[in-house]
Design a protein around this ligand. Structure first.
Ligand SMILES: [Zn+2]
Length: 361
């Protein structure tokens, strides 16, 4: 038990009362609730166990036992004789408990209070930002991040740009093109060459039926983020068709090696391939892309239909191929986070698992 004295700075010769040892015993025997009771009892009489309580509370939260963490931290804050540093530390811990438990209003109140502390100001601003992000209150999230000091603020530029993109997406859905334009300008002021901003600028031009401008934006994505380009593949093809630039369409169809991952996009892409290259060459292009890019769900579906309709489909090799394709069709994973390896079916801009931005490919 000596490490506990060292770790929490307790004087070895201090006359700790018996409740304290009772608490430690309960904890070591994994009788957690009894241990908490015992510790809370000690806290009322012994000042030096504040650090121990903070450590225990944090430990419970990390293990997902948020109600236990909350009890410990609430009990700490209720004390009147904490130093200012201890009090702010306990508030910071409790705010994280509330956030994790989904009590966002309570967490917000505590983070607001914490902003007054020099040590916790930065953590409080980021804490408030995560709450607004969860509530999809993008303007509030932007506003709070802008309250960071200059050095911290510059590290949040990408994040702010993404919040403006969220606002621009909603404006585009509501056909409020002026608002979308304004949000996208704000986003480009934050970061240069952000693929999501480029994607949405193209989207805005597309909605304005300015197809050449849309093409110009989307072509930029080919080198910077081909995954994002796939999201607008069908619209890109339509833009070429609308601007009657068939030579450019053919060139793009041959240049873009990625296979559209979603059904409708895949269909538009395949029909464009057939119209530009003819049935036979379109089919061999699809097959060669599969060899390079692997098999996505819609590609598997397409190939499955070809094999299923084939006259040789009773052949055992064809049966095997059919089974493989049937299996591939069921595979749901389409995108993986480069930050943590998290797999998803849809493309996200923000990884819920590791917090990275622009990390899915
Ligand atoms: Zn991740």
């Amino acid at each position: 038990m000596r490490w506990i004295y060292r770790k929490f700075g307790l004087a070895r010769n201090k006359n700790l009362n018996s409740d304290y040892f009772k608490g430690l015993n309960f904890l070591l025997n994994e009788e957690t609730d009894k241990a908490i009771e015992a510790f809370i009892k000690v806290l009322e009489v012994d000042d030096e166990t504040v650090e121990l309580h903070l450590a225990l509370g944090g430990l419970f939260r990390r293990k997902g036992q948020v109600d236990r963490a909350t009890r410990i931290h609430q009990n700490l804050i209720a004390r009147t004789n904490l130093t200012e540093r201890q009090r702010y530390e306990a508030i910071h811990e409790l705010a994280q408990d509330y956030y994790k438990a989904g009590w966002l209003d309570r967490a917000e109140g505590l983070y607001d209070e914490l902003k007054g502390s020099e040590t916790y100001r930065c953590a409080a601003i980021d804490g408030l930002c995560s709450i607004y992000q969860q509530e999809k209150e993008w303007l509030q999230a932007i506003d709070i991040l802008r309250q960071h000091d200059k050095a911290e603020r510059s590290q949040r530029a990408k994040q702010i740009a993404h919040y403006y993109c969220e606002l621009a997406e909603t404006s585009l859905e509501n056909l409020d093109l002026d608002a979308a334009q304004e949000y996208l300008s704000e986003a480009s002021n934050e970061t240069k060459d952000n693929p999501r901003v480029t994607l949405l600028q193209g989207e805005l031009c597309y909605q304005k039926e300015d197809y050449l401008a849309a093409i110009a934006y989307w072509e930029k994505l080919q080198s910077s983020n081909a995954t994002a380009l796939q999201l607008v593949m069908a619209k890109l093809i339509t833009s070429y068709q609308q601007s009657s630039d068939h030579a450019a369409l053919k060139q793009q169809l041959l240049a873009i090696t990625a296979i559209p991952k979603h059904g409708q996009d895949f269909k538009v892409w395949h029909q464009a391939l057939v119209s530009v290259l003819g049935e036979q060459e379109a089919q061999s292009t699809v097959f060669s892309r599969v060899q390079e890019e692997g098999l996505s769900g819609p590609a598997a579906n397409y190939l499955y239909n070809i094999v299923a309709e084939s006259t040789a489909s009773n052949d055992s090799m064809y049966q095997l191929l059919k089974e493989l394709l049937r299996h591939a069709k069921r595979k749901q994973v389409e995108y993986t986070c480069r930050g943590c390896g998290f797999d998803t079916k849809l493309l996200y801009w923000h990884c819920q698992n590791c917090g990275e931005w622009d990390s899915f490919r």
